[in-house]
Design a binder for this molecule. Sequence first.
Ligand code: PMP
Length: 299
Amino acid sequence: MTTPTFDDRDGYIWFNGALIPWRDAKVHVLTHALHYASCVFEGERAYRGKVFKLEEHTERLFYSAGVLDMKMPFTHQQINDATYETIRANGLTDCYVRPMAWRGSEMMGVAAQTTKTNVAIAVWQWPSYFSPAERLKGIRLDMATWRRPHPDTAPVKAKAAGLYMICTLNKHAAERKGYDDALMLDWRGQVAEATGANVFFVIDGDIHTPTPDCFLDGITRRSVIALAKARGLKVIERVIMPEDMSKATECFLTGTAAEVTPVREIGQHKFTPADVCRNLMADFDLAVGKVEVGKSAIA
Ligand code: PMP
């Protein structure tokens, strides 16, 4: 069975204040966002009916819109309420949530002073594809060629559509070579992040992760750092050079879609997912409410 395309599904999408049939949630070809990347978005997940860190995601959506000089025509509370309204309307409890805000078609050209900000929220089922045991084998990353830009060159802290051009180029190149994803360096040549997730390494029992000064400080990243500290693990945020990866024994990615995903290979470097990956995957599943306390899916 083929997966239905994203414009041809049953269900409802919240579109500028009201739920409308999924197939009617359309924009015109002369939409500013489509030409000039004036679009920001979020990726969230609901577990057993509750969106993990919804307020933080909504906060980041408004922050990203502000960075792109876009006025949001709704309040945080309206977006939070609309999120649950959309989840309920689609009869889902465990799903991915995609709020987005973009400039409309009132003006065409680089300047967009009079465009209206449109806001939509779509939700769909997006299960973890692998069982915990299978995930523990780890994924394989290629070294990306396109790098994360200098903060003076692009609004690197915003979850803005334009920044994903780099990610798509890198991910396509990696997939063509048979890898699952790619690890990006930043403009200085320091380890930055994967194309849709943050990266962590275990070196001598401590957890090392790059300081997020030119890429997204992920909400999952911050949650997993707190979980690791609660376990008594030491977490060090620092400059990580590509050669430092040779000292790491374990490696994992974090992100709303990725959750905690062990990595077994990055270019020439090999890792063996072990206790740190296993424990943080289990802690994360409990924290998000995927599994009930006392019923961890991982032994
Ligand atoms: N970096 C990039 C490029 C991403 O797209 C994401 C996913 N939003 C992340 C990091 C992780 O962010 P979060 O944990 O907030 O989902």
